[in-house]
Design a protein around this ligand. Structure first.
Ligand SMILES: *Cc1c(COP(=O)(O)O)cnc(C)c1O
Length: 229
């Protein structure tokens, strides 16, 4: 078995085990393959294993790969830092954006989303660990911002996303994941219809699923270590 086919089997087994261990329904967590820095051939190889959703962090790199892979039915997710001068390209090329943390960016995406494409799926990124250097809305701002994004015509708000601060101890890993899930529950109780909780990466996948993730974003565990960019 080739390496990529073997790795996706291992990742799927981890997801299934975590769903079972936490009493979640099998298949309730979807896999986003994070293919930043990876060549089109590796994406095609994973696609041949049945993977359809891929996440990219750098707009020019992603658009170039999309051109190479134009024949494949891929669902493209943008997960990287998003500056105002890149929103037009993201709105035209992607199906989802997980990294929306400011209303200005959301408004531009809505205005620039081409009519023929249907609404752009959005996750509101929350700076759940309150790190000074991290992008994303602060937890206190999230409810107002989510309501404003949900009202934009060309966007569909699907839920929250976070990249917690790195931690080693299981309890320290779980605290921010739990906080994001609780925040999403408060937004849902307030009347927003949300179906996606985007959290969990290669080294906190199990903790994220235990805390309610519905979409894990996995790079290294599928593709191996990334070279420094
Ligand atoms: C790179 C990246 C991931 C994947 O992380 P791995 O450790 O490679 O699994 C997930 N989410 C975001 C936002 C990323 O930038």
């Amino acid at each position: 078995m080739n390496t990529i086919a073997h790795r996706i089997d291992l990742v799927k087994a981890r997801i299934l085990n975590a769903e079972r261990a936490s009493g979640r329904a099998e298949g309730s967590v979807s896999l986003l393959a994070v293919s930043k820095t990876r060549p089109p051939a590796e994406i095609a190889a994973l696609h041949a294993c049945g993977q359809r959703a891929f996440g990219e962090s750098y707009v020019p790199e992603a658009v170039e790969k999309m051109a190479h892979l134009a024949g494949l039915p891929i669902e493209w997710h943008f997960i990287g830092p998003l500056q105002a001068n890149k929103t037009r390209s993201v709105a035209a090329h992607f199906d989802w954006v997980h990294s929306v943390g400011r209303l200005k960016i959301a408004r531009r995406l809505s205005e620039q989303r081409p009519e023929e494409l249907g609404p752009l799926n959005i996750c509101l990124q929350v700076n759940i660990s309150g790190e000074a250097t991290k992008s994303g809305a602060l937890p206190d701002e999230a409810a107002d911002l989510a309501a404003e994004i949900a009202a934009l015509p060309r966007l569909r708000l699907r839920g929250l996303m976070a990249i917690p601060a790195p931690a080693d101890a299981p309890a320290a890993k779980r605290a921010p994941l739990r906080a994001l899930c609780e925040l999403q529950a408060r937004l849902t109780a307030g009347g927003l219809q949300l179906d996606t909780l985007s959290m969990g990466m290669s080294d906190d996948l199990e903790e994220a699923i235990a805390e309610g993730s519905t979409m894990v974003r996995i790079g290294i565990a599928l593709f191996g270590p990334r070279a420094a960019r």
